[in-house]
Design a protein around this ligand. Structure first.
Ligand code: UT7
Length: 333
């Protein structure tokens, strides 16, 4: 019997309407468009302003976009995974609510969090369910309302993050496409450099913490930057070497959109031509779990069946890695 591989067979996405530009940020904190552009590559990001709506709102919209494009019956979806660092609530699954709202009533569902690597790890998890032969339709959604974690008085973080969501469908295939290899790693000693300290079980929220903004995301940018550059490039090189790939046989690099300089450094490490590097950080900033599927959505029309795509990410934890996937369809299929 031929080996079952997990292929991405559809993509959907959603970003909120409100555009937070560098110019608007200049009126909020001591920063400027020139600094943000040269240090990060970001020009604008989207923010979900809707009162009473959280990450599930973004996830549902992205999933509905995929369902409409692929014209599938949501009742055929067997598993919904929401990769997110900003769940709707502390003790109720965002994925369960999302699945119910999109009509995936025959599915089970769960959230998974690996900070900015949530979607990358989610690709591994979703694929495993397919490769086992036990499931045939797994919906993986990467969604984050990062604005719910951000202090818009802290210029070290508020210029970076944005809100958004993207979704992919994994299905089984016996063709020579789908997820081929992965190199995933974690090092929890790095958590002090990127965290939202208060509101979890180590430091439950107190009035004092709230007054001091202890519930917001904190980042020691330089340390995270150095670790991201080294580890994302290292994981990418390992996956290339293991699969006898080089700059000519790689068609695309889909790297987590945290900082254009980190993405450029990864591409340079493997000497990849600029036109093969997917980039949309200028439009959305760092949407955490949504960056990779938002890239796929933006580049979907350019992807061809058999294209070799390297996914790479690095994020809080630290968590990082790279995945090699062969694209499974031409967009007009
Ligand atoms: O997605 C999860 C993983 N996260 C990442 O991968 C993010 C990694 N880190 C980064 O992308 C970068 O470290 C940042 C974009 C966060 C910061 O860029 P940087 O080049 O590392 O800047 P820095 O923190 O070293 O600061 C350089 C200077 C400092 O001034 P002095 O001390 O040199 O006078 C900062 O105070 O830039 C100043 N600065 C700013 N100036 C204008 C810091 N933030 C700003 C700002 N606007 N927003």
């Amino acid at each position: 019997m031929s080996k079952i591989s997990a292929a991405i067979t559809a993509v959907g996405a959603y970003v909120p309407e409100y555009v937070l530009t560098n110019q608007i940020l200049e009126t909020m904190v001591d920063t400027n468009d020139e600094w943000i552009t040269t240090r990060t590559g970001i020009k604008e990001r989207r923010i979900l302003k809707k009162e009473g709506e959280g990450t599930s709102y973004l996830a549902i919209k992205a999933a509905e976009d995929l369902i409409a494009k692929k014209d599938i019956d949501p009742k055929d979806i067997e598993l919904v995974i929401v990769a997110t660092a900003t769940p709707d609530m502390k003790a109720a699954s965002t994925a369960a609510y999302t699945a119910a709202k999109i009509g995936a009533t025959n599915a089970f569902s769960f959230d998974m969090d690996a900070a900015c690597s949530s979607f990358l790890y989610g690709m591994s998890v979703a694929s495993s369910f397919i490769e086992s032969g036990r499931y045939k339709n797994v919906l993986l959604i990467g969604a984050d309302k990062m604005s719910s974690l951000i202090n818009y008085k802290d210029r070290a973080t508020c210029i970076i993050f944005g809100d958004g969501a993207g979704a992919v469908l994994f299905e089984p295939t016996t063709e020579d496409v789908g997820l081929k290899d992965e190199y995933l790693r974690s090092d929890g000693t790095g958590r002090e450099f990127l965290q939202a300290t208060y509101g979890g079980s180590v430091h439950p929220l107190t009035h004092e913490a709230l007054d001091n903004g202890g519930h917001y995301a904190f980042q020691e940018g330089r340390t995270v930057f150095k670790n991201a550059v080294f580890n994302m490039a290292d994981a990418t090189v390992k996956v290339l070497e293991r699969n006898n790939l080089d700059k000519d046989s790689v068609d695309w690099l889909a790297a987590h959109q945290a900082n254009k300089r980190i993405i450029d450094a990864t591409a340079q490490r493997i000497d990849l031509a600029e036109e093969k590097v997917m980039m949309n950080i200028h439009k959305y900033g760092n949407t955490t779990s949504a960056t990779l599927p938002l890239l796929l959505n933006d580049y979907e029309s350019q992807l061809k069946k058999g294209d070799n795509i390297i996914f790479a990410a690095f994020g809080g934890g630290f968590n990082w890695g790279a995945i090699y996937l062969k694209w499974a369809y031409n967009s007009k299929d």
